[in-house]
Design a protein around this ligand. Structure first.
Ligand code: XMP
Length: 326
């Protein structure tokens, strides 16, 4: 009979056979459910021959890096390398406001950092280990969409970090390629991953970097992290997490608004709440959050985040608006 337990077992056996008794694998963790479940399955298959790599680009939300470092490791026993690249990313982003330029920079720095980590993993492998394995959280709908049939394929990693052959060849390992998203979540629960990871809303690769309208700085990231954490906390308290597709909070860092707080006028920044419902992110509707939840979020953000003196709600559907502001 078909159970989620069987699905996990089946994949663990398949992956163990694919990688063999000496192969080594590397898995990039993004903080999201797909990469975490993929890594958990491969860990069960090959143990410490899997190295998980988490690039901390400094653009994550409050508590997410700790969730990986502490809770993911505690629940899976996986070997994890955390690359602290915050400084590198912030320096690369300095002075940049254009959304597509931000994306390009973040993507480029990410690949650079991840490839350096790949080289470290391969370097440590015993002599004679020619091929490494790269774990990817590809889901069934992606497989169908790309017309990909069965079979393995290799990808070449062209790096410019120096010291090793020009092309590193990796064979892909895709433990989720027969699963739909809701099955991935069930397998994740089955494998004991924390609910914050299993039920996490989609979050863009460039992170908070594209939720700060204007230049990305450490100070602005900290402001947004606080406001965002409050919004997410109140949504969870209201029991609405699973009704909402995504809940971006956007900092209008280049806009200032006048306010009055306590004993005087303030000149702070507005934030935008962007809760949406959706099936697949291609289209979306603005979520009708209850007024009392919105009020709680607004009051707490303006009370607790000194630099923010105005909270607005985005009531644009997609199209014409996108989910993200950048
Ligand atoms: P938009 O803003 O285009 O977003 O309506 C649709 C979905 O894609 C996510 N998104 C991204 N994800 N890199 C990503 O990995 C990106 O550059 C990016 N831009 C948008 C967005 O969060 C939403 O789920």
């Amino acid at each position: 009979t078909w159970t989620i337990g069987n699905i996990a077992e089946e994949q663990i056996e398949r992956i163990a056979a694919q990688i063999g008794p000496d192969g080594r694998a590397i898995c990039g963790l993004s903080g999201g459910v797909d990469s975490a479940v993929a890594a958990a399955i491969v860990q069960k298959a090959i143990g410490d021959r899997l190295t998980c790599v988490y690039v901390d680009h400094g653009l994550m939300r409050k508590g997410e890096t700790e969730q990986i470092e502490r809770d993911f490791v505690a629940s899976t026993g996986a070997k994890l390398v955390v690359v602290d690249a915050e400084q590198q990313f912030l320096e690369a982003l300095a002075g940049v406001s254009d959304p597509e330029t931000k994306r390009k920079i973040i993507g480029r720095e990410f690949i650079r950092t991840f490839e350096a980590a790949e080289i470290e993993v391969i370097k440590d492998a015993p002599a004679g280990t020619k091929v490494g394995f790269l774990v990817q959280g590809t889901l069934y709908p992606d497989v169908v969409e790309s017309g990909g049939g069965a079979g393995t394929h290799n990808i070449k990693s062209h790096h410019n970090v120096g010291g090793l052959p020009d092309d590193l060849e990796f064979e892909l390992v895709e433990p989720l390629r027969t699963l739909f998203k809701d099955e991935v979540r069930l397998v994740g629960e089955q494998l004991g991953l924390p609910p914050e990871i299993v039920w996490r809303h989609p979050f863009p690769g460039p992170g908070l970097g594209i939720r700060i309208i204007g230049e990305v700085t450490r100070e602005r990231l900290d402001i947004l992290r606080e406001a965002d954490a409050i919004a997410r906390e109140e949504l969870t308290k209201a029991g609405l997490d699973r009704d909402i597709w995504q809940f971006p909070v956007v900092l209008l860092a280049d806009v200032r608004s006048v306010g009055v707080q306590g004993d005087g006028r303030t000149y702070g920044h507005p934030v935008v709440l962007r809760p949406v419902t959706s099936e697949d992110a291609m289209t979306a509707d603005w979520a009708r959050l209850p007024y009392d939840v919105l009020e709680k979020i607004s009051t707490r953000i303006t009370n607790e985040v000194r630099e923010v003196n105005r909270v607005t709600v985005d009531i644009t559907s997609k199209p014409p608006g996108t989910i993200e502001w950048e």
